[in-house]
Design a protein around this ligand. Structure first.
Ligand code: STX
Length: 300
C-alpha cells in the first residue's frame, strides 16, 4: 500500500519481469478498481507493469471515501508510484475513465510517458455526461433506464447527477446503498454490445457499487475538476508520444464521437475503430486490438 499522506492508502501490485518494459494500468470508473483481466494484457516476459486501485476503491482505503479524491490528486499518485518503481518513463494504459486519467496525466507529465494505449475515450465534457446520465443512452436502453430512475423522486429527475449526489452522500445507509446499486447496475448492464451477466452481477454487489457509484458521481458532478474540453484542447502537449486509440463503434457509455474528436485533434495517434463492439475491454474486437497494441509497444 502507498500512503498518500492525505488520508488514503493506495493498493498497488507490480507484475511481470523486473527490468522489462515499464507500464502502468489506469482502471475505469472512476471507482472500478483494477482486475486480473488488465494484468493479463501484458506479456509477463516482456513487461514490468504496475496496477493500482485508485483512491477509495478496490483494495484502497478508506472504502468509497470522497475526501481528497480528485483527478489531480490521482495524477500526483501516479507520479509518486512511478518514482517509487524507479522508472524514468512508462507506457500508460487506460480505458474509459482510465483514458481520461491517462490523458490528464500525460498532458501534465509528458516527460514521464513512453507510449499511450487508450480505449473507450472519455473526457467528461458536458455532452458526454448528459448523454449517459440525463438523456441519450436512455433511448437505447429504456427498460434499464427506468430502474436507474427509480431511486430519484420525479421532481428531481431534471438533473439526475445532482439528485444522485444527494442520495449517494445521504446520512441514511439504506438510501445510499439503494442509489449506489441503481447507478452501478445502469453502467454494468450497458457497457457491452450484448448482455453480459458477469458485469451485471459485479455491479449489483453492494460494496463494489458503493465505491463505484459514489466516486463516479463525485468526479462527474465536478467535471473532473477540468475546464470544458480541456483534455482535447491541450492534446498538443502529447502529440509526440506514440499512441494507439481503440474505440468500439457501438460504445453506449463513452460514444465514439469523443474518440473521433480526439483523433481529429491528434492524427499522429493510431486510431482503431472496432465496428462490432461496445464499451468493455472484454469485447472481442477491442481485446484483440489492445493486445496487439501492447505487444507492438513491447517490441519497440
Ligand atoms: C462512465 N464510466 C466509464 C468508465 O470508466 C467505465 N466503464 N466501465 C467501467 C468498468 C470496467 C470499471 C466497469 O468503467
Amino acid at each position: 500500500m502507498m500512503d498518500t499522506g492525505e488520508g488514503h492508502l493506495v493498493y498497488w501490485e507490480r507484475c511481470g519481469k523486473p527490468g522489462g518494459v515499464p507500464a502502468v494500468v489506469l482502471h475505469g470508473g472512476p471507482g472500478g478498481g483494477c482486475t486480473p483481466t488488465q494484468r493479463q494484457l501484458f506479456d509477463p516476459e516482456r513487461y514490468d507493469v504496475l496496477l493500482f486501485d485508485q483512491r477509495g476503491c478496490g483494495r484502497s482505503t478508506p472504502h468509497a471515501s470522497l475526501e481528497n479524491n480528485t483527478t489531480w490528486r490521482l495524477v500526483d499518485d501516479i507520479e509518486r508510484l512511478r518514482k517509487m518503481c524507479g522508472f524514468e518513463k512508462w507506457l500508460v494504459f487506460g480505458g474509459s475513465w482510465g483514458s481520461t486519467l491517462a490523458l490528464a496525466y500525460a498532458e501534465t507529465h509528458p516527460q514521464s510517458v513512453s507510449a499511450l494505449v487508450l480505449r473507450g475515450i472519455f473526457t467528461l465534457r458536458k455532452a458526454e455526461l448528459h448523454w449517459y446520465y440525463q438523456e441519450g443512452a436512455s433511448w437505447l436502453f429504456p427498460d434499464k433506464w427506468e430502474r436507474f430512475l427509480e431511486p430519484v423522486a420525479e421532481d428531481q429527475r431534471h438533473d439526475l447527477m445532482s439528485a444522485y449526489r444527494k442520495l449517494l452522500t445521504s446520512e441514511d445507509e439504506e438510501i445510499r446503498g439503494r442509489a449506489a446499486v441503481a447507478w452501478s447496475v445502469w453502467e454494468g448492464e450497458t457497457i457491452t454490445l450484448l448482455p453480459n451477466e458477469g458485469f451485471a452481477t459485479q455491479h449489483r454487489d453492494p460494496s463494489y457499487a458503493l465505491a463505484f457509484a459514489r466516486i463516479e458521481n463525485h468526479y462527474f458532478v465536478h467535471a473532473g475538476w477540468m475546464d470544458e474540453g480541456q483534455l482535447i484542447r491541450d492534446v498538443e502537449a502529447i502529440r509526440h508520444i506514440p499512441a494507439v486509440i481503440v474505440q468500439g463503434r457501438y460504445d453506449t457509455a463513452t460514444p465514439v464521437r469523443t474518440a473521433w474528436d480526439l483523433h481529429r485533434a491528434w492524427p499522429e495517434a493510431e486510431f482503431v475503430m472496432i465496428d462490432d463492439a461496445g464499451h468493455a475491454v472484454s469485447e472481442p474486437g477491442i481485446l484483440s486490438a489492445l493486445l496487439d497494441a501492447v505487444d507492438r509497444f513491447a517490441d519497440k
